[in-house]
Design a protein around this ligand. Structure first.
Ligand code: ADP
Length: 470
């Protein structure tokens, strides 16, 4: 399936979409490849000529119309997310709200793309910096937030004056189709937003090699991100990369342990641990490690696992069987190296891809879970003695996306805030994400930001102009 130059395109090549909670086929979409991607890039390139020249307010008005349509379809959009991704309906509704918020925010920001007038060093020179759209943006999105990851990329692109070709994840194409239906209904001009669903490698190759694509924005695994970056080097594209993470969650003995345990619950078990800012390592100060472990295990054992469409479900399925097997391997490895399961620990036998929400006490740095991204509902508890030690261990990762710290000691909070090598830090806050703030990592977690004025910068170039008069 594709949406190119304002028209829907079907092909005979079909791929099924599955519900990860039941294994049932919930739909099928036709898939496209290199040729359609070329066409989509061509359409985006043509429409860029006019879209970039529209006043920001006009671009913003198209986006605001799409917001209105999405709000009127919010329940249906959330249902699609739950069916193809598995997350509980309440979380899917939250994702729809968040995704729409990005579009709304950037619809407003489209009016506020300012340049600069720079003081000159000569009487006859006049210096200015124009901020202009970078060009056609190619976007590749993952399945863990199948709706909001799309609007997070398209919103700043359109506000800046860019046009877009987007490839969603094969597991969750239905949410992507929903988004593009809304843009179509909003009357966004043909070619401004284009969708290509299909062969990742073929589509990716067209996107990275095309000289008509000026920018690549990707959210997904670090391995694929690195490959796309390498492939884009030949055409020197601007890059935004939101890649993997391995978040530390540090809990000091002075923290409110109840709040910290609720924080881990939010950060580790929302979306069944399948978010890039999910906690991967819970570091608890030695004196409270045992008490905290018991508290967390009790809360985790009360979580309801099941089909996200059912009332009262807290944790849905993992995306596929491969994900379940990986989580299981991490748990087995931890147990074989001395970890003690306080809650959960097993695959749930069913037609869906479920794993019990799990807490492991006595985690050590040699376990796989200490360095590899689990992307599942397992909280390993490590213990530490001093601030210096925990900061060093927390930073000992090639990832640098999100880090968390719970403490009521202001000096500790400042020290951790300054020293953590992560792009996002939550102090007593397990959900440090909001539309007006920059989301993005450092190290091998990527480059570039989504959100706020920073997100707009990723789609703009600075053109310096010097005018000489006499
Ligand atoms: P995950 O393991 O979480 O699925 P991936 O990085 O494989 O993460 O997937 C994120 C997105 O990247 C998806 O849309 C996927 O189809 C896409 N993708 C995977 N491999 C490639 C590739 N070789 N070229 C372009 N896109 C790719």
């Amino acid at each position: 399936m594709a949406y190119i130059n304002g028209e829907w395109l079907e092909t005979t090549d079909q791929e099924n979409v599955y519900n990860p909670a039941t294994g049932e086929v919930i739909g099928s979409v036709s898939i496209v490849g290199a040729n359609e991607t070329k066409e989509a890039i061509q359409a985006a390139s043509e429409s860029f000529k006019t879209w970039r020249k529209l006043p920001g307010a006009t671009r913003g008005a198209y986006m605001a119309k799409a917001v209105e349509i999405m709000r009127s379809r919010a329940d249906e959009l959330a249902n699609t997310i739950t069916k193809e991704n598995g997350k509980p309906l309440a979380d899917a509704k939250g994702e729809v709200t968040s995704g729409i918020n990005y579009l709304e925010w950037y619809a407003e920001e489209a009016k506020r793309v300012y340049g600069d007038v720079v003081p000159a060093s000569h009487e006859d020179k006049h210096l200015m910096v124009l901020r202009q759209p970078v060009g056609v943006a190619a976007a590749i999105t993952p399945w863990n937030f199948p709706f909001s990851m799309i609007t997070r990329k398209i919103a700043p692109a359109l506000a800046a004056g860019c046009t877009v070709v987007l490839k969603p994840a094969p597991a969750t194409p239905l949410s992507a189709i929903n988004v593009f239906e809304c843009f179509h209904e909003a009357g966004v001009p043909a070619g401004v937003v284009n969708l290509v669903i299909g062969d990742a490698e073929a589509i990716g190759k067209e996107m990275t090699s095309s000289t008509d694509v000026s920018k690549l924005t990707f959210t997904g695994s670090t391995a694929v991100g690195k490959m796309l970056m390498r492939d884009s080097a030949a055409t020197m594209k601007r890059m935004s990369m939101e890649l993997g993470g391995h978040a530390p969650f540090i809990i000091f003995e002075d923290a409110d342990l109840e709040a910290a345990a609720n924080g881990v619950l939010m950060s580790k078990f929302r979306n069944a641990g399948q978010t890039c800012i999910s906690t991967n390592r819970v570091y608890v100060q030695q004196s409270v490690a045992s008490e905290f472990g018991d508290l967390l295990a009790r809360k985790v054992s009360e979580l309801t696992v099941g089909d996200g469409t059912k009332e009262g479900v807290d944790v849905g399925p993992l995306i596929n069987d491969g994900a379940v097997q990986k989580v299981n391997e991490h748990v087995q490895d931890a147990c074989s190296k001395g970890g003690k399961v306080l809650s959960g620990g097993n695959i749930i036998e069913s037609d869906g891809n479920f794993f019990e929400p799990t807490v492991i006490q006595g985690a050590t740095d040699t376990m796989r879970i200490a360095t590899e991204e689990t992307f599942g509902p397992v909280a390993p508890i490590f213990s530490f003695e001093t601030t210096e030690e925990v900061i060093e261990r927390a930073n000992n990762s090639r990832y640098g996306l999100a880090g968390y710290c719970f403490t009521n000691d202001l000096s500790r909070a400042y020290e951790v805030m300054n020293e953590l090598e992560y792009g996002i830090v939550g102090i007593n806050d397990p959900t440090p994400i909001t539309v007006q703030a920059p989301f993005g990592g450092i190290k091998e977690s990527g480059t570039g930001k989504e959100g706020g004025k920073y997100g707009l910068d990723d789609y703009l170039i600075e053109k310096f102009v010097s005018i000489k008069t006499n």
